[in-house]
Design a protein around this ligand. Structure first.
Ligand code: ADP
Ligand code: MG
Length: 364
């Protein structure tokens, strides 16, 4: 068992009085792959370092399998770590660097050899085993650091941007292998990254943070379909979610104001009556907008195509809506449909694809 519970944890750096982590509460389940995702400076590394025991917890508790570990150092927590900076032993060759955590636990001879060689093979390091890390490229050094973290079976594996120095091809390959190893060995992994594609391809659940605040925790599907707030809605998804100003008409409909009057949209589910008449933001993903050349009466608004980006498998249109403020939205259409700049089109939003935000918060 390796379950992590974070309860009301804060990190305040005395230097500059920086509140890096504000009141985080979350759980990483046994054998879960949890990705911590967010923009730079958000508090991801601070969180991971507190899990590792490398950073003092200003307030709150961290528990491993139900036991408070606040007072335990990194060695006593039985964790494996790999950070963006490699922190390798430059006097030892690659083999001995990887073997280090095994030898430190008293493992000997052929058992060490078997484990080192198998992880080296998985991370494409076999040809480097006799070399010294100082002479190797950054991406290779990072792989050595990762191999050293993954060579044994810890309670928890903590990885902070462990692929950042690798080139694109290697990065894709290695991330697939990390996930494979996680499953194979039944690891519990917390993985920090600012790269949403990386997080999405690896994790069971995402924990999204911004400016020291926990925004949402959930599966990729949950976060994509029901982003808790506008920050998450905008941060997850490519192209980003469209935001269109509108108003609540009734409990089951909203409208966009246009020079010709209201364009009414039915929504799925029921809005709280307190919002009737309130200005809201309509969120629609570019992948969910349906584009028509002929007029659509219901759940649709007209617009003019401004930019056409052909992307091989699909085309992204930038369309200026004929609403009162000329909102620009993006819509993904099949690559075989041809559009021209200046084409007038109708955009249909299915009720199920419409999300509603009041202020920053999702209300439907
Ligand atoms: P991330 O990993 O998401 O980029 P960090 O956890 O590294 O974010 O940093 C969060 C905030 O804490 C930032 O504003 C950063 O400048 C600040 N910070 C990080 N480490 C220290 C430190 N040792 N002393 C003071 N401020 C720090
Ligand atoms: Mg960081």
């Amino acid at each position: 068992m390796s379950r992590i519970d974070v309860r009301g944890v804060w990190k305040i750096y005395p230097r500059g009085n920086v509140v890096a982590v504000q009141d985080f509460t979350f759980t990483c389940n046994d054998r879960e792959f949890l990705a911590i995702l967010g923009p730079s400076g958000g508090g991801k590394s601070s969180t991971l370092r507190m899990l590792a025991g490398l950073e003092e917890i200003s307030k709150g508790e961290i528990l491993f399998d139900g036991k408070v570990v606040n007072h335990l150092g990194p060695a006593e927590r039985n964790i494996a770590l790999a950070f963006e900076s490699y922190a390798l032993y430059y006097r030892l060759n690659v083999y001995e660097n990887i073997a280090f955590p095994l030898r430190a636990r008293g493992m000997k001879g052929s058992e060490v050899d078997g484990k080192v060689k198998s992880i080296a093979e998985l991370l494409e390091l076999t040809s480097y085993l006799k070399k010294y890390p100082g002479s190797l490229a950054g991406g290779v050094q990072q792989r050595i650091s990762l191999a050293r973290a993954l060579v044994r079976r810890p309670n928890v594996t903590l990885l902070d941007e462990p692929l950042s120095h690798m080139d694109q091809r290697v990065r894709h390959e290695i991330r697939a292998r990390i996930r494979h190893l996680h499953d194979e060995l039944g690891l519990t992994t917390v993985y920090v990254t600012h790269d949403q594609a990386e997080a999405i391809s690896l994790c069971d659940r995402l924990l999204i943070i911004n400016e020291g605040k926990l925004q949402q925790i959930g599966t990729v599907e949950e976060v994509w379909n029901r982003p808790a707030n506008k920050f998450v809605a905008y941060f997850i998804g490519e192209p980003t979610m469209n935001f269109i100003p509108g108003f609540v008409e009734h409990e089951r409909s909203i409208f966009i104001a246009t020079p010709e009057g209201k364009r009414v949209f039915h929504v799925e589910g029921k809005l709280d009556a307190q919002y009737i008449g309130v200005e809201i933001t309509i969120g629609v993903r570019p992948q969910h907008i349906e584009v028509f050349r002929e007029k659509k009466e219901h759940n649709a608004i007209a617009g003019v195509v401004r930019v056409i980006e052909f992307q091989g498998d699909k085309t992204v249109l930038t369309i200026k809506l004929e609403d009162e403020v000329g909102t620009e939205v993006k819509a993904v259409v099949p690559a075989q449909e041809s559009y021209r700049e200046g084409d007038r089109v109708w955009l249909y939003f299915a009720p199920s694809s419409i999300r509603i935000f009041a202020g920053d918060v999702l209300i439907l």
